[in-house]
Design a binder for this molecule. Structure first.
Ligand SMILES: CC(C)(COP(=O)(O)OP(=O)(O)OC[C@H]1O[C@@H](n2cnc3c(N)ncnc32)[C@H](O)[C@@H]1OP(=O)(O)O)[C@@H](O)C(=O)NCCC(=O)NCCS
Length: 163
């Protein structure tokens, strides 16, 4: 498996992987692939990595700027992340997330936030302490990973493509 940044030739495959992976998820709004396209069109797709096996895109992760209390803060949001269903639970998602976090950290970002299941994201070092909030979501779903000493607080918003 190779993990590399997206190229223009990957755009339709990323859309398909995302649609297919989110389709069975009860929490899905069904618009995740469209959100990625909007992030890209807006110039907010800060990092977009694909996982490729035998020439096929089988997984994808996106990172985009986030805001705390409407302020630009140098933090990125992780997501959407998706892996083709028949290839899930084989480490593809973890590899995408770990490589993405390493690149985001190396780029100088202060940290990364996400909304997701703590049971999955704790393994990457994400924590939730209730100081960062997102709409009326329970605190444990609003998770962050700091690359320095800063601990995020306030009201989290994403780039327009994800709001
Ligand atoms: C989430 C996702 C990207 C993970 O990719 P993956 O390649 O299956 O992940 P990995 O193989 O690296 O990790 C699998 C582990 O994650 C766990 N896991 C996967 N999805 C999980 C979830 N939603 N909640 C809790 N644990 C989850 C598996 O139980 C497995 O745990 P184990 O290693 O202890 O057995 C993939 O399941 C997916 O595309 N899901 C549909 C889209 C989605 O829900 N995206 C995330 C929205 S926040």
């Amino acid at each position: 498996m190779e993990i590399r940044p997206e190229t223009p030739a990957d755009v339709d495959a990323i859309h398909d992987v995302t649609d297919t992976a989110f389709a069975p998820m009860p929490f899905s709004a069904g618009d995740e692939a469209a959100c990625i396209r909007k992030l890209r069109a807006d110039g907010d797709l800060t990092l977009s990595l694909v996982a490729v096996i035998d020439g096929d895109v089988v997984g994808h992760v996106a990172f985009s700027p986030v805001f705390f209390d409407a302020r630009s803060v140098g933090w990125l949001g992780l997501g959407p992340v998706a892996v083709r269903p028949h290839l899930q639970r084989r480490g593809v998602g973890s590899a995408l997330i770990r490589q993405g976090l390493a690149q985001v950290k190396a780029s100088g970002a202060k940290g990364c936030v996400l909304i997701g299941d703590p049971g999955y994201y704790h393994r990457f070092g994400f924590v939730a302490d209730g100081r960062l909030t997102y709409r009326d979501l329970a605190a444990r779903y609003v998770q962050w990973l700091t690359f320095g000493a800063e601990r995020p607080s306030g009201v989290l918003t994403y780039s327009p493509g994800l709001e």
